[in-house]
Design a protein around this ligand. Structure first.
Ligand SMILES: Cc1cc2nc3c(=O)[nH]c(=O)nc-3n(C[C@H](O)[C@H](O)[C@H](O)COP(=O)(O)OP(=O)(O)OC[C@H]3O[C@@H](n4cnc5c(N)ncnc54)[C@H](O)[C@@H]3O)c2cc1C
Length: 374
């Protein structure tokens, strides 16, 4: 016996949860997660920074919109998700300016040293600063989505891996663990497993590629000042930022992987510690914890948001790469709008028509009427 919903979301990371909380109360929704806990994979392993100057133009627009939406909800929450924390790029002139964009302004070497006095002065010659960047309290954000989703009637089922999905009439039938679901719309928010879920659903995969990225929390002899921005190498070879009295560091690696529960490779963090102890006066002593997550990307680096062109009612919410938190609310708003489009005739009618082409985020963005503040 299957439970019937308008929408079944597969994947309980930031993508699936933010869509669930956005759709809550507007249609019947189930969210199905393979792991026993929500946000077990990449969404528990990020650097928790939202950076308007980071990523291609459409990602930057979605980031600005996400910041607006999270800030609106912060006004109602006892605990804030957003805390201002700048983002500073360092490197040589050419590399910094190749990476810089509208939200990032050039600053002098002396200004960069004032913001981050632990940098060894001759380790960089140019710097840019994005003052619109924020630290994100990811656990509070994720829990808020879960709470809002459940308050709006969303059924959240954990420990249930979707193992089968097939077309049934105008909708879909899914098997997950011991349970069965029927839905007009299946949302593929399966992160690194998004292509795998497509294949088991009989849908052509998109060639989404997971890439490893490792981070660690370290003890330092010389702490960063409270107002220190996140500091990243413009050539993408490392970043670090304050984390309470400790420091979060990452080698910014971009190494292809299969979908898996990724773990750090021996040596990756040790090599970075040795380098940071040369180009800064942080004096890194111990590695408290290290982790690796998978950033899953489409070939063009733009998130994939929209109905599949061939498979009616199969909705992609994948390929968020290194931008999954900073685009989360904007993408959820966009995705919910696409799923609910044709509200008058109902979800089933709208999707059964098969009228919605697979839309890349950029195309879908162009069709919206957001007022994007710059
Ligand atoms: C080191 C690191 C630093 C990062 N820093 C930032 C940052 O500062 N800012 C930012 O915006 N982004 C950052 N990111 C990227 C961000 O974390 C990701 O874009 C985001 O978490 C992806 O979320 P997701 O929900 O798509 O994937 P996930 O969190 O991986 O969720 C997908 C879920 O789908 C489930 N699933 C898969 N297959 C099935 C199935 N068949 N049935 C049921 N469930 C299934 C999985 O178990 C998983 O829980 C970082 C990533 C890493 C690794």
């Amino acid at each position: 016996m299957s439970d019937t919903y308008d929408v079944v979301i597969v994947g309980g990371g930031i993508a699936g949860l933010s869509l669930a909380s956005t759709l809550a109360g507007q249609c019947s929704v189930a969210l199905v997660e393979a792991e026993q806990t929500l946000a077990y994979h990449t969404s528990a392993r990020s650097a928790r920074q939202l950076i308007p100057s980071y990523g291609p133009p459409v990602v930057q627009e979605l980031t600005v919109r996400t910041l607006e939406l999270i800030a609106e909800r912060d006004a109602e929450r006892p605990q804030q998700v957003l805390t201002p924390r700048g983002f500073m790029l360092i490197g040589d002139d050419a590399t910094v300016w190749a990476e810089a964009s509208g939200h990032m302004r050039r600053i002098t070497h002396a200004e960069a040293m004032d913001l981050c006095p632990v940098l060894v002065p001759d380790s960089f010659s140019a710097a840019g600063l994005d003052t619109g960047s924020f630290a994100c309290n990811a656990p509070v954000l994720l829990e808020d989505h879960r709470r809002r989703a459940e308050a709006g009637g969303v059924d959240i089922i954990t420990g249930a891996r979707v193992h089968s999905a097939q077309r049934l009439g105008t909708g879909w039938e899914l098997g997950a663990g011991q349970e069965g679901f029927q839905a007009a719309v299946v949302v593929n928010a399966a992160g690194a497993w998004a292509d795998e879920l497509a294949v088991l659903s009989g849908v052509e995969k998109l060639g989404l590629q997971p890439y490893r990225r490792t981070a660690a929390i370290v003890d330092v002899g010389n702490p960063l000042p409270a107002g220190c921005p996140m500091v990243a190498a413009a050539d993408d070879s490392f970043y670090f930022r304050p984390d309470g009295g400790q420091v979060l560091i990452s080698p910014s690696e971009h190494v292809p992987s299969g979908p898996e529960d990724a773990r750090p490779y021996p040596g990756d963090i040790e090599r970075l510690v040795a380098r940071l102890n040369t180009i800064t006066t942080l004096g890194i002593r111990d590695v408290r914890e290290a982790w690796t997550g998978l950033r899953t990307e489409a070939a063009d680096g733009v998130p994939v948001v929209g109905f599949d062109a061939e498979a009616t009612g199969f909705f992609w919410l994948a390929g968020q790469g290194g931008y999954g938190f900073q685009t989360s609310a904007g993408i959820a708003e966009l995705a919910a709008g696409l799923i609910l489009a044709g509200q008058g005739s109902g979800i089933a009618a709208a999707t059964a028509a098969g009228a919605s082409p697979a839309s890349r985020t950029a195309e879908a963005l162009a069709a919206t009427r957001w007022s994007i503040r710059r």
